[in-house]
Design a protein around this ligand. Structure first.
Ligand code: ATP
Length: 220
């Protein structure tokens, strides 16, 4: 059986990127022995309201946040798109570029995972990639999966892998749930603090806090 280090793919609005995102990526990299993580800031996401900061600002903040961190890279492919852009299309393109054998892992917080059945072509998406789900404060997967959508619950039951080592042995199809230090930080809360001129320190990298301040982001 082949054994290839997986690549982590981390999509989000990153409006702005914060320490919750960064710690999630670092935990996935280490716990799953991945070769690297690609951060893919969204353009116009299909599931949610339009981000407040432009794609250029959100990309710049991701670049600042991951600067100098080995294994972390930014992928701009979604950010520049103005039409709706689905993860299924992004992963189809990544699969074509990286080859049929390369293990891919879609990184998700547990809140996002519990909505996964609403994503465009989600069943086909799990064939293209593994899912690495990180427990998020207040949304422990084990506790809430029983109340989740029945089709998602069924996929979870059949695809749950006992160890991240299995992610190295196939290109996609498994679900792994990992623990991380619980950081109750959200971009929504950071935007609200920025709008009230509150200090953002220790919620996100200083370079990103400085960028928000300099560019007067999230002011109404
Ligand atoms: P918002 O508050 O605007 O909804 P967010 O902080 O949840 O934003 P997103 O860019 O929407 O950030 O999230 C991207 C991914 O990061 C999602 O899978 C989400 O579950 C995960 N995530 C965000 N914040 C945390 C956190 N504090 N801990 C763990 N995962 C997180």
């Amino acid at each position: 059986m082949k054994n290839t280090a997986p690549i982590g793919i981390f999509g989000g609005t990153f409006d702005p990127i914060h320490h919750g995102h960064l710690r999630l990526a670092q935990e996935a990299l280490e716990q799953c022995s991945m070769s690297g993580i690609r951060f893919i800031p969204s353009g116009t996401p299909p599931h949610r309201t339009v981000p407040l900061a432009t794609a250029e600002h959100r990309l710049s903040m991701v670049r600042l946040a991951i600067h100098g961190q080995p294994g972390f890279a930014v992928d701009e492919r979604e950010a520049h798109r103005t039409e709706k852009c689905y993860s299924f299309d992004t992963f189809s393109a990544l699969r074509a570029e990286l080859g049929a054998e390369q293990p891919l892992c879609l990184l998700l917080g547990s809140d996002a995972f519990l909505q996964f059945h609403t994503w465009h072509q989600w069943r086909q998406l799990i064939e293209l990639t593994h899912l690495v789900v990180m427990q998020r404060p207040g949304r422990p997967v084990g506790n809430v999966i029983a109340q989740a959508d029945a089709t998602l619950r069924q996929q979870y039951g059949t695809r749950l892998a006992p160890s991240p080592r299995l992610l190295h042995e196939s290109p996609g199809g498994h679900i792994v749930v990992l623990d991380m230090p619980q950081l109750d930080i959200s971009a929504t809360d950071i935007r609200s603090r920025a709008a009230q001129n509150k200090n953002l320190r220790y919620l996100l990298p200083d370079s990103v806090a400085h960028y928000i301040h300099t560019h007067k982001l999230y002011k109404s």
